[in-house]
Write a new protein. Structure first.
Length: 327
């Protein structure tokens, strides 16, 4: 074999060996991972949506995005504290009663393949409406017929969220407290827990609870319950036969809690409707007196008798009795 042929063969063998060595070296190199199915591939999940809710039955929506794009597996949503409406990240706040405290934190999580993202949401209930009502008839109108602290009235209070959920019934949920203010303090005193009537008249009372308020219409119209008999002869001054006495009923008058009437003419007006009758005497003897419906008492014989007067028009007026002695 000629020397030139041996040289060409040697060169070719050397090139082949170098190529094989290069291929082997490249096969052992650490190439970058690009297969998204590989857990080592850096795919970032971002979970977006509201940080808070403010009313029961609110609908909230969350969205998950990946970087780089990864749509080979469907998102798997999970949560605590909310109601799932679909499989696309839509949830609903439960009724207020479902949450033991306020505010409450719930966790939303989503999983795509081997990767998971989470988000914390604060469930809180924002006051939207204040309702202050007369507990008896659920109205904004309050009428008092007597005065004084003992005639005060408690009111029913509800603090509502935007969807009518009752946040509080006593209006004592922090950070707010209930406050009350009467526009005419000579008529009524207003407290967070109720109202106390002072005198006859009308007034608006404004209740506030943080950013919300409500108004109650107050009317004070004292009614007579107890009246006074005059002259004061009952049980004290014996009458003489043949000497008539005119009994009347009127002032001073009192309401149901024995508070004096601020309008003395009311007692006089109510007294005009009182009617008298003889209700007891010793039936073995002649009646000691004769009494007309309008209260004219005529002594006719010695003895004792009870007279009673009742209102002919107002059942709220308490009956009165008078013990008469004829000597």
């Amino acid at each position: 074999m000629a020397g030139s042929d041996r040289s060409r063969i040697a060169n070719r063998l050397g090139a082949s060996v170098a190529l094989a060595a290069m291929l082997m070296a490249n096969s052992c190199a650490d190439f970058a991972h690009t297969n998204p199915f590989d857990p080592a591939v850096p795919v970032t999940l971002t979970l977006s949506g509201p940080d808070s809710t403010f009313a029961q039955f609110d609908t909230v929506r969350f969205k998950v995005t990946t970087d780089p794009a990864y749509d080979y597996d469907p998102p798997e949503w999970s949560l605590d504290g909310l109601v799932r409406l679909d499989n696309n990240g839509t949830y609903q706040v439960r009724a207020i009663t479902a949450y033991g405290s306020e505010p409450t934190q719930v966790t939303i999580s989503v999983k795509i393949g081997p990767r998971t993202a989470t988000k914390t949401v604060t469930v809180t209930f924002r006051p939207k409406t204040l309702q202050v009502r007369n507990c008896a008839d659920d109205s904004r109108n309050v009428t008092f017929t007597a005065l004084g602290p003992q005639s005060g009235m408690a009111l029913c209070t509800n603090v509502l969220d935007a969807r009518g959920g009752v946040i509080a019934t006593t209006a004592d949920v922090p950070p707010y407290t209930l406050a009350a203010r009467a526009l005419d303090t000579t008529v009524v005193q207003a407290f967070a827990r109720g109202l106390t009537p002072i005198t006859n008249g009308t007034s608006l009372v404004v209740f506030t609870y943080g950013p919300v308020s409500d108004t109650v219409n107050v009317t004070v119209k004292q009614k007579a319950t107890w009246l006074t008999i005059s002259p004061g002869i009952c049980s004290t001054t014996p009458l003489s036969i043949g000497q008539p006495v005119q009994l009347s009923v009127g002032a001073p008058g009192f309401d149901v809690y024995h508070t004096p009437l601020v309008d003395p003419t009311l007692a006089q007006r109510e007294g005009q409707d009182m009617r008298w009758q003889l209700t007891w005497y010793d039936s073995t003897k002649a009646p000691p007196v004769n009494v007309t419906p309008l209260g004219l008492v005529t002594p006719m014989a010695t003895g004792d008798a009870w007279l009673t007067t009742t209102s002919s028009t107002n059942p709220d007026i308490s009956p009165l009795s008078c013990f008469i002695q004829v000597r």
